[in-house]
Design a protein around this ligand. Structure first.
Ligand code: ADP
Ligand code: ASP
Ligand code: MG
Length: 406
């Protein structure tokens, strides 16, 4: 007997038929003698619709009200899955974040989980054999209002719940059979990985592989939660996220990720003096905007051009913040480009082998793709390119690093 948290993503609960399919999988685990808690996402597309409605009401909407709106998607699926389970004879009860409670910080729209009160759920699991169906993505903030955890946040809800319940496993059911060498939807030759190291998964997630939310991997690594990614539509074995030393053959590049979520901002003719970067990035951080890649070109006339990327969704706020400090800083102008995308190659093998970056640059050059910004970390190289080249770039790199399936 094991204690398992099963998480079903949006496509796995997209309609009543799929919710019945998820219920059948839960039933199978319960009937095998396991204690099960479930975390659900909203139906596929539901959260996008809710976000779009907030945008339509006002592009610079109040984050508390955004959370009030977007948290509703998960409420629907938790209730429906509980009904589906009861219908097939499984004792089940739905729970929203505030009912457990799942306590978060007050960063509305991108809150972090602080604590989950697990005792009551454990009691019901153990004594009543009751399955808790918990809403992913949402929690309760210090202001006693509903918070949400950022897009893809149900993965994090699941891992946090698994840690709070001391679960033996956290199974993330999704619409692909595991973690692949790159997004199998754009590269047909992508290969499924049996195992991936926490560090690699963390880096891939943080640069755009949305199969797991970054924070969920961070948490799994810290709390030593055994995470498995697998399909809710087939019974194929999935991908285990494991410690690096459990992987015998370490590939130079484990995977390639891309992100269309970035926008590029250039601030032209900034005075080149000490403190200027702090004067720009301080207010952006204060507005909770995550700046990613940064380059600075020094001009001969004592000014500099500063280029960096921010999440596309944060671009209006970033522009507003920068407009507010124009006089204090004294730059000439700001330009923004939304037609950019970032492609990254990731692998722990890079720590001990040179040449990964040069292979990347050569491959892109051969395809005539211009590199706009570069950034690196110990196990990653990222480049910013024109959005129209992203699929071409990912496919070419996948081949160049020898990742194509036979
Ligand atoms: P869910 O709704 O189940 O949370 P997501 O859409 O958030 O599912 O994540 C699964 C998707 O992640 C897949 O459909 C796939 O297109 C995408 N993806 C991106 N990179 C990868 C990768 N390296 N391996 C597997 N899937 C990936
Ligand atoms: N429903 C939320 C989203 O679409 C959370 C999730 O699915 O993980 O971002
Ligand atoms: Mg997801």
């Amino acid at each position: 007997m094991a204690r398992i948290v099963m998480k079903f993503g949006g496509t796995s609960v997209a309609d009543p038929e799929r919710i019945r399919n998820a219920a059948a999988r839960v039933k199978r685990e319960v009937e095998a003698g396991n204690e099960v808690a479930v975390v659900v996402s909203a139906m596929a597309g539901a959260t996008n619709q809710l976000v779009a409605w907030c945008q339509e009401m006002s592009p610079l909407h109040d984050a508390r009200e955004y959370d009030t709106v977007v948290a509703t998607g998960e409420q629907v699926t938790s209730g429906l899955l509980a009904i589906a389970l009861q219908h097939v004879g499984i004792e089940a009860r739905s729970w929203q974040g505030w009912q457990i409670p799942i306590r978060t910080d007050g960063a509305h729209g991108k809150a972090r989980i602080d604590a989950i009160e697990g005792a009551e759920l454990i009691r019901r699991m153990r004594d009543l054999r009751q399955v808790a169906v918990v809403t992913g993505f949402q929690g309760l903030g210090p202001d006693h209002r509903v918070t949400t955890l950022g897009r893809g946040g149900s993965d994090t809800s699941a891992v946090a719940l698994a840690a709070a319940l001391a679960a033996d496993r956290c199974d993330i059911y999704t619409d692909v059979e595991g973690v692949f060498t790159t997004d199998p939807r754009i590269v047909a030759k992508a290969r499924k990985l049996d195992k991936i190291a926490y560090e690699e998964m963390l880096e891939l997630a943080s640069v755009g592989a949305k199969v797991l939310q970054t924070r969920s991997v961070e948490l799994a690594m810290k709390e030593k939660v055994r995470v498995q990614v697998l399909s809710s539509f087939t019974d194929a074995p999935g991908t285990l996220v494991v410690d690096e030393d459990e992987i015998v053959e370490k590939a130079l590049v484990a995977g390639i990720a891309y992100s269309r979520d970035e926008a590029k901002i250039t601030i032209r003719r900034v005075p080149d003096r000490p403190g200027i970067a702090a004067a720009i990035f301080g207010p952006l951080a204060g507005a909770a905007i995550n700046v990613d890649m940064i380059v600075q070109n020094v001009a001969a006339d004592g000014t500099t051009d500063m280029t960096f990327t921010v999440p596309k969704a944060d671009l209006p706020r970033a522009e507003a913040t920068l407009a507010g400090i124009k006089d204090a800083i004294g730059y000439a102008e700001i330009t923004a480009d939304r037609d950019v995308a970032k492609v990254s190659v990731v692998g722990v093998g890079m720590r001990s082998h040179a040449g990964v970056a040069s292979t990347m640059f050569r491959t892109l050059a051969e395809k005539g793709i211009n590199i706009q910004v570069i950034s690196t970390s110990e196990i990653k190289v990222s480049v910013l390119i024109g959005a129209e080249y992203i699929e071409l770039a990912v496919r070419a790199l996948h081949t160049a690093y020898g990742l194509d399936a036979a």
